[in-house]
Design a protein around this ligand. Structure first.
Ligand SMILES: Cc1cc2nc3c(=O)[nH]c(=O)nc-3n(C[C@H](O)[C@H](O)[C@H](O)COP(=O)(O)OP(=O)(O)OC[C@H]3O[C@@H](n4cnc5c(N)ncnc54)[C@H](O)[C@@H]3O)c2cc1C
Length: 452
C-alpha cells in the first residue's frame, strides 16, 4: 500500500512536499483553508514584489532623462490592483494544475491533528477524518502585532493590509527596518509616499553586512526617506487622517499611515499539537531535527512554522527534503539542507542579495578570509544602463580559493547572486569564476572581476 501523507497548509512548504511526494508514489492529501500557493502568493512575496516592480518602473521613468528620453508615469491604482490579482490567479492556477496532475487530493478546509496518526479537516460540507502514515505541518506564520498598536486596517496596518492599497499613503511610517520594513519603505517611496522608517538599532537590516546596510541607508536618504535610528516605537495616536508614532526615546514621527513590520508569529495555535504530542518552543514554533521531523518522528514541519529561515525558497526546499525522507530517499549523500548556504535577496533600490559567509560575521569570529570587492561603476553594462550604483563582494578561503560567500548591491543583484550560490553550494573556487568566459557587456562580469 502506498505511503499516506497528509499535509496541512498549501504554501511553498506544503505544496512542494505534496508534488514531490506524489511524484515519488505517495498518496497525498493537502488541506488548505484559503488558497493553495499560501501566504507567500496571496499576501507576502508575490504582491510585495509586484508592487515593487511597479514602483521600480516608475523610478525608471523618472530616470528616463539619463537614457536620453522624456517620459513620465502616472500611477493607476485600479490597474495595479488588477495586475496583482492577475499574477496571483495565474500562479494559483499553475500550482493547482501541477498538484492535480500528480494526483494530489486537495481539500479546502481547516486542518488539525486529532491524534498522532489522525488529521481532521473542517470544510464547508462538514468534517472529514484522515489516517496518515506521515503528516506535514506547513501552516506558516502571520504578522506580529504589538500590544501597543491598535490595528484598524485603515490607517494603522499590518503588512498584509497594505496591498493592494486603497490609496497611496501621503506619509507612511514604517515600523521595523528588517527585510520587510525596508522593502515597504522602498515600495511606497517609489510609489510617491513620503516615508519615515523607524530603525530600532543603529543600522537598517540588523545582522546584515554593515557596508551593505550603509549603501541602502545612503540611497534612502538621497531619496528623501527619513530614518529614525535607535528609536523603538512604543505607541500610536490617531487623530482623524493623521497619526503620530511615539518612540521610546521621546521622538515623535508624524504621518498619515503606519505599517507594522516587526516580525511574525507562527500559526501553531488551534493545530491540535497536544493531541499528537507535538512540542513547541516558547515562541510557538515547532523545533525540528535535520530531517525536519518534530519530536514525533512521523510528524514533519516545513516553512515558517519550523522557526528556521523564513523564506519561501527555504520552505520549498524543506518540503522537497521532507517528501524525500518520507519516501525513504534520504540515504543519498549530502541530503541535509544547509541554511547557511541559502541565498536571499532584498528587493530595494539598490537591490541587495547575499549568500554564505558574511565578511562581518567571519571577522567577528577571527576567521581568516580573502575579501575582494569591485564597484559596478567599473562595469560597462552598468554604465550603459546608466545605473552604476553598488558593488560585488566575494568572500573566499585564502588557502584553497573556495568561494565561501558574497554580497551584491545593485541592479540585478537577486539574479546575479545565483552564480555565487552555485559556487558556494558546489565548493567552486574563485579561479572557476575567473576562468568562465562570460557575456560582454554584462553585469555578471563584475563577479569574475571580484574573483581575480
Ligand atoms: C511582506 C513579506 C514579503 C516576503 N517576501 C519574500 C520573498 O520575496 N522571497 C522569499 O523567499 N520569502 C519572502 N517572504 C517570506 C515568505 O512569505 C514565507 O517564508 C513563506 O510564505 C513561508 O511559507 P510556508 O509554506 O511556511 O507558509 P505560508 O506561505 O504562510 O502558507 C501557509 C498556508 O497554510 C494555511 N493554513 C494555516 N493554518 C491552516 C490550517 N489549520 N488548516 C489549513 N490551512 C492552514 C494558510 O492559509 C497558508 O495558505 C516574505 C514575507 C513577508 C511577510
Amino acid at each position: 500500500m502506498s505511503t499516506r501523507l497528509v499535509i496541512i497548509g498549501g504554501g511553498p512548504g506544503g505544496n512542494t512536499a505534496a508534488t514531490v511526494a506524489a511524484r515519488l508514489g505517495a498518496k497525498v492529501t493537502l488541506i488548505e483553508r484559503d488558497l493553495v500557493g499560501g501566504a507567500a502568493h496571496l499576501w507576502d512575496c508575490v504582491p510585495s514584489k509586484a508592487m515593487i516592480a511597479t514602483g521600480g518602473f516608475l523610478s525608471e521613468l523618472h530616470r528616463a532623462e539619463v537614457m536620453g528620453l522624456a517620459a513620465e508615469g502616472r500611477l493607476d491604482l485600479d490597474a495595479l490592483r488588477n495586475r496583482i490579482a492577475g499574477i496571483e490567479a495565474k500562479l494559483h492556477h499553475s500550482i493547482c494544475e501541477l498538484l492535480t496532475s500528480q494526483g494530489v487530493r486537495m481539500i479546502r478546509g481547516t486542518g488539525r491533528l486529532k491524534g498522532p496518526h489522525e488529521v481532521i479537516a473542517e470544510t464547508a460540507d462538514g468534517v472529514e477524518e484522515f489516517r496518515a502514515d506521515a503528516i506535514l505541518l506547513a501552516t506558516g506564520s502571520r504578522p506580529r502585532i504589538p500590544d501597543w498598536a491598535e490595528i484598524d486596517g485603515d490607517r494603522v496596518l499590518t503588512t498584509r493590509q497594505a496591498y493592494p492599497p486603497k490609496e497611496i499613503p501621503g506619509h507612511l511610517i514604517v515600523i521595523g527596518s528588517g527585510v520587510t520594513g525596508v522593502e515597504f519603505a522602498h515600495m511606497f517611496r517609489s510609489l510617491g509616499s513620503e516615508v519615515t522608517l523607524i530603525v530600532s538599532r543603529q543600522q537598517v537590516l540588523p545582522g546584515k553586512d554593515p557596508e551593505v546596510a550603509a549603501a541602502l541607508e545612503a540611497e534612502f536618504l538621497r531619496r528623501g526617506v527619513r530614518l529614525y535610528k535607535g528609536a523603538r516605537a512604543a505607541g500610536i495616536e490617531r487623530n482623524g487622517d493623521s497619526l503620530k508614532v511615539l518612540c521610546d526615546d521621546g521622538r515623535v514621527a508624524n504621518g498619515t499611515h503606519a505599517v507594522m513590520a516587526i516580525g511574525a508569529v507562527p500559526n501553531s495555535d488551534g493545530l491540535g499539537l497536544d493531541a499528537a504530542g507535538v512540542q513547541t518552543d516558547a515562541g510557538g514554533y515547532v523545533p525540528v531535527t535535520h530531517h525536519l521531523q518534530s519530536n514525533v518522528p512521523h510528524i514533519y514541519v516545513a516553512g515558517d512554522l519550523s522557526g528556521k529561515l523564513p523564506l519561501s525558497s527555504v520552505a520549498s526546499m524543506q518540503g522537497r527534503k521532507i517528501a524525500e525522507h518520507v519516501m525513504g530517499l534520504h540515504t543519498r549523500s549530502h541530503r541535509h539542507l544547509d541554511y547557511e548556504k541559502a541565498a536571499s535577496a532584498i528587493f530595494t533600490e539598490p537591490e541587495i542579495a547575499d549568500v554564505g559567509v558574511a565578511e562581518s560575521e567571519a571577522f567577528a569570529e577571527g576567521r581568516k578570509l580573502r575579501v575582494t570587492k569591485v564597484p559596478f561603476s567599473a562595469n560597462a553594462k552598468a554604465l550603459i544602463e546608466g545605473d552604476p550604483r553598488g558593488f560585488v563582494k566575494i568572500v573566499s578561503d585564502p588557502a584553497t580559493g573556495v568561494v565561501l560567500g558574497g554580497s551584491i548591491v545593485g541592479r540585478g543583484a537577486a539574479e546575479l547572486i545565483s552564480v555565487l550560490a552555485l559556487a558556494v553550494t558546489a565548493n567552486l573556487k574563485v579561479s572557476d569564476l575567473v576562468d568562465s568566459v562570460l557575456v560582454h557587456p554584462a553585469l555578471s562580469e563584475s563577479l569574475a572581476d571580484a574573483s581575480e
